[in-house]
Design a protein around this ligand. Structure first.
Ligand SMILES: Nc1ncnc2c1ncn2[C@@H]1O[C@H](COP(=O)(O)OP(=O)(O)OP(=O)(O)O)[C@@H](O)[C@H]1O
Length: 256
């Protein structure tokens, strides 16, 4: 039986400007994510992808509707929802392992245990050898792996990833796609991933969900029943990319 990790029902987020104008970004979104799934969110700029992620992370509160993660209502940030952003948000004055361990303070773990766990997750992201290096000396791709290790170390119910590879060059991006697939297999993580890239969406997702401006109800989605490793040039991959593109408005699909 699948276990629901994320459940949004009738989720509304309306922003009100100083002059009273209302911007209804989410108008009653229904969405679920099951344990172990990688759900990718795609959609035109400004449609509310980051708004949704911020609500899930507990950085923002819905105007109406319900939002639960791992069976509990979201009322603020928590270690069961780890966020990975495009900028790595690392502390440059700390070493790599200290950067990963620091997030574990929130769990009240002793220092020795924190460092042990941090080293374990650095091994998982392939950075065990760089544990004691100054983090700011690492490449962009390596720094993004550190931020993923920091998120994984929390052993969260879900990893929330907001365009995490957006700042990487094409080669690093490709490496990170393969790595994330491997890490998911190894840690059985549940992931909600935001991207502008159709190829990234189909490469990583079990399901790709397309938001639109003012999404209400269950958004359109495409299942990606392709085995790993996925070949972005295979006809069945391209067919799914086309299907996902057809869910986007013409201007947005021209841009991706
Ligand atoms: N704190 C805020 N206050 C007011 N308006 C906001 C706030 N956060 C987001 N918005 C508005 O909500 C809408 C959705 O923004 P959001 O950042 O979620 O879009 P997005 O789909 O992630 O866009 P992009 O793909 O460009 O990153 C935009 O119109 C934005 O201006």
């Amino acid at each position: 039986m699948p276990e629901t990790i994320v459940s949004c029902a009738g989720l509304v987020r309306t922003f009100t400007a100083k002059d009273g104008t209302e911007n209804a970004v989410l108008k009653g979104l229904d969405l679920t994510v099951e344990r172990g799934e990688c759900v990718v969110i795609i959609g035109p700029s400004g449609c509310g992808k980051s708004t949704l992620l911020n609500l899930l992370a507990g950085f923002d509160k819905p105007t109406a509707g319900s939002l639960t993660v791992a069976g509990s209502a979201v009322t603020g940030p928590g270690p069961e929802r780890a966020v990975v952003f495009q900028d790595y948000a690392l502390l440059p004055w700390l070493t790599t392992v200290q950067n990963v361990a620091i997030g574990l303070r929130i769990k009240g773990m002793k220092k020795k245990e924190r460092l042990q766990k941090a080293r374990h997750y650095l091994d998982i992201v392939g950075l065990g050898h760089a544990a004691d290096r100054e983090v700011y000396r690492l490449s962009g791709g390596m720094q993004q792996r550190v931020s993923i290790a920091r998120a994984l170390a929390l052993e969260p119910a879900i990893l929330l990833m907001d365009e995490p590879f957006g700042a990487l060059d094409a080669i690093q991006r490709g490496i990170m796609h393969t790595e994330l697939t491997r890490i998911r297999k190894e840690t059985k993580s549940t992931v909600l991933f935001i991207t502008h890239s159709l190829e990234e969406a189909v490469f990583l997702g079990d399901r790709v969900i397309a938001l639109s401006h003012g999404t209400s109800g269950a958004p359109a989605e495409v299942a990606v029943p392709l085995a790993y490793p996925r070949d972005a040039l295979a006809p069945e991959f391209l067919d799914i990319m086309r299907e996902v593109r057809s869910l986007l408005p013409a201007q947005a699909s021209a841009a991706v």
